[in-house]
Design a protein around this ligand. Structure first.
Ligand code: T4K
Length: 400
């Protein structure tokens, strides 16, 4: 009999610097009395990121969603945008906030990013841009997408929310396409509590983005664009600066966890591991997705997801349902077949992965999956959870 974990093991958990380091940083903020509106820590953070990404054109935001929303507006994208249904809803929401029409095309089955052939087939005179996502931090088909965009005169934008720290042939992923958006949300490989970053090829966009994130102010008396408030604050920048230092180590820890999962899960029939990154890719191990083959495993993906909860393993179904299947988009966008995306969304399960997840815990999660797969899990484990189990559990543990 395998016992459930005493505490919930969540799919993601924020990395944190030492409390003492953060306290020292806070003292500086207190002394300066400067909390937001392009303070010194935000400037310092921007300089460090510019160096890290090897790109001159970079702008910081309060979160990734606002960053991408402003990017589309500042670049003057219009009409139709070819994009992926297999992503977090924010990728599509920003199109709607800009009155753009998402044209969903299918993904490729290896790394789950936009299928270039499908992209090219969907181009019409109304298409102005491609918005692709580096799903789980795995780079999209960069060369093919670049060729298609240049051939048809389209802008190429990457939602790189998952991809901070990734390099291709030694070049930062931030340097591909016309623009990339990175999310620094707490659940990401690298974070600033909440936060977002744009990196882009054409320097002309920099003043646009700066105006748009600060109400359109050019100076104290001139407002040149109907901007919004998308500024990063000093507390966010402090967190980001402190976490940039241990980034390499955190990625190494994630890699070790990923390797262990792969070793242990490879022999479980019905658990399909996602393709390894190409040799040219320095990967960031952002997520631990597996595909569940119901026929081989003897459990559906949702049954496994629920069963794992009984053992306090709170895996997630990133990304299910597909974006066009959410109530707010159903019927609004032309119905699409999207067979690959649908199949992946119905099989995907993202297992817990964060830099300080103990290898012993990875082993135990794999033991639990093997136990369930063997059919022995048909009984009920010691704990059962209600619908909102995750938050309830996290709060309960916090109170105890
Ligand atoms: N594009 C893509 C492709 C994205 O994936 C995202 C965000 C965006 C754009 C937008 O970027 P941002 O505007 O967020 O910068 C989470 C994140 O909130 C979201 O940032 C992320 N993608 C998405 C994939 O995951 P939820 O609703 O699933 O988060 P939640 O609260 O359920 O937490 C996820 C897990 O992390 C749970 O297991 C609990 C754990 N957790 C969470 C938080 C916030 C913690 O342990 N501590 C925490 O502080 O969206």
């Amino acid at each position: 009999m395998i016992k459930p974990f005493d505490k919930p093991i969540t799919a993601a958990r924020p990395a944190l610097p030492s409390l003492e380091e953060f306290r020292i940083g806070l003292e500086g903020i207190w002394d300066r009395g400067w909390l937001t509106n392009n303070g010194p820590l935000v400037e310092q953070f921007r300089d460090k990121l510019t160096e890290f990404c090897g790109t001159k054109n970079l702008s910081l935001f309060v979160n990734g969603t606002i960053a991408l929303q402003i990017a589309l507006q500042g670049m003057g994208i219009t009409g139709d945008v070819i994009t992926t249904p297999y992503t977090f809803v924010a990728t599509t929401h920003v199109l709607f906030w800009n009155k753009l029409r998402p044209v969903f095309v299918d993904i490729e089955p290896e790394y789950y990013s936009l299928d270039p052939a499908q992209v090219e087939a969907a181009i019409t005179p109304w298409t102005s841009a491609i918005l692709a996502v580096h799903v789980y931090g795995q780079p999209c088909r960069l060369k093919e997408l670049e060729q298609i965009a240049r051939k048809h005169g389209l802008k190429l934008l990457y939602d790189a929310a998952h991809a901070f720290g990734v390099k291709v042939d030694g070049t930062s992923i931030a340097q591909f396409g016309d623009l990339s958006m990175f999310s620094f949300h707490a659940t990401k490989v690298f974070h600033s509590i909440e936060g977002g970053m744009l990196t882009f090829r054409d320097p002309k966009y920099l003043p646009m983005f700066d105006y748009l994130k600060n109400f359109g102010f050019k100076n104290e008396t001139e407002v040149v664009l109907p901007g919004t408030n998308g500024k990063m604050n000093e507390f966010q920048a402090l967190m980001g600066l402190l976490l940039l230092k241990p980034l390499d180590k955190m990625i190494e820890q994630r890699k070790a966890i990923n390797v262990r999962y792969r070793e242990r899960l490879a022999s479980i029939p019905g658990i399909r591991l996602v393709a390894q990154p190409a040799d040219t890719v320095h990967y960031n191990y952002a997520y631990m997705p597996v595909e569940v083959d119901e026929r081989e495993l003897g459990w559906t993906r949702d049954e496994l997801y629920t069963k794992l909860r009984e053992y306090n393993v709170l895996a997630r179904r990133y990304f299910y349902p597909l974006v066009p299947d959410f109530a707010c988009y159903r019927g609004l966008v032309p119905s699409a077949e999207l067979p690959v995306a649908r199949r992946v969304a119905s099989r995907i399960l993202t297992l817990p992965l964060y830099s300080d997840l103990a290898i012993d815990d990875v082993d135990r999660i794999c033991d639990i999956i093997a136990h369930i797969a063997s059919g022995s899990g048909r009984g009920t484990a010691a704990v059962t959870h209600s619908k909102n189990a995750e938050l309830e559990l996290v709060h309960k543990v916090a109170q105890s």
